[in-house]
Design a protein around this ligand. Structure first.
Ligand code: KIV
Length: 262
């Protein structure tokens, strides 16, 4: 999988299936199931490290898991999260963090937020590392956002997401990712976007979908977000569950906006 192929999928309306992945064993299995993109998400803080948020995850954690995933993958495009406090102080610091993730095996890095991140995205992209910009609900800043809240519901919020998306793409972002935004807003932006748009809790109208692996395999304990579906239901193997996810994303039958959307 390559960036031009992902851009072609976005342009032709072929859906992109993405999942988080943190180790070589799952990377091989997700590859076999036909997942297009693997995200070494800083959600590993929650699902692997048992932490309450992604903020304590550090660059060394991300480098370790990126190395593991890259060893197991043959086909999928590998995206790694820039963790909290690894890109905030300066563009130079952000470049160093992004370059370390690329050396560990990432094809692309992801960072959270718009506005202040625009010049950082420009700096990293111009120097040759593709960047995915994560907008809407941004888990690294959950405290400032006042909790797990849908973003862009009101006119001002929606206008801000649209403006920041455009600025980020103009600055060189090769992909956008929206978390917990209204389905209508994500679909409208996707239709006009020159780059692929991945959604999580952002409706069926994006170029593709991502879920946290442990959520869709129903390993995560307790209450799960509305946008999660248990793909192990009715399956007798993990490979079967992941294939069911890929099939539903590709067919446009997951998510169902009325069930999983906002
Ligand atoms: O860290 C992560 O898993 C993510 C997804 C929620 C998109 O950023």
């Amino acid at each position: 999988m390559t960036l031009p192929r992902l851009a072609q999928m976005h342009a032709s309306g072929e859906k992109i299936a993405m999942l988080t992945c943190y180790d070589a064993a799952f990377a091989g299995l997700l590859d076999e199931a036909g997942v297009d993109m693997l995200l070494i998400g800083d959600s590993l803080g929650n699902v692997l490290q048992g932490r309450g948020s992604t903020a304590p995850v550090n660059l060394d954690d991300m480098l370790y898991h990126t190395t593991c995933v890259r060893r197991g993958v043959k086909y999928a495009f590998v995206v790694a999260d820039l963790p909290f406090d690894s890109y905030h102080v300066s563009k130079e610091e952000a470049w160093k963090s992004a370059a370390a993730l690329v050396k560990a095996g990432a094809h692309m890095v992801k960072l959270e937020g718009g506005g202040w991140t625009t010049e950082t995205v420009r700096f990293i992209s111009e120097r040759g590392i593709p960047v995915c910009a994560h907008l809407g609900f941004t888990p690294q800043t959950v405290t400032s956002l006042g909790g797990f809240k849908v973003q862009g519901r009101d006119e001002a919020g929606a206008a801000r997401i649209k403006r920041e998306s455009q600025e980020l793409v103009e600055a060189g972002a090769a992909m956008l990712l929206y978390e917990m935004v209204p389905a209508t807003l994500a679909a409208e932006i996707t239709a006009a976007s020159p780059v692929p748009v991945i959604g999580i809790g952002a409706g069926v109208g994006t170029s593709g979908q991502v879920l946290v692996l442990h959520d869709m395999l129903d390993i995560t304990q307790g209450r799960k977000p509305r946008f999660v579906k248990n793909f192990m239901a009715g399956q007798d193997s993990i490979l079967g569950g992941v294939k069911a996810y890929v099939n539903e994303v590709k067919a446009g039958t997951f998510p169902v906006d009325a069930v999983h959307g906002f």
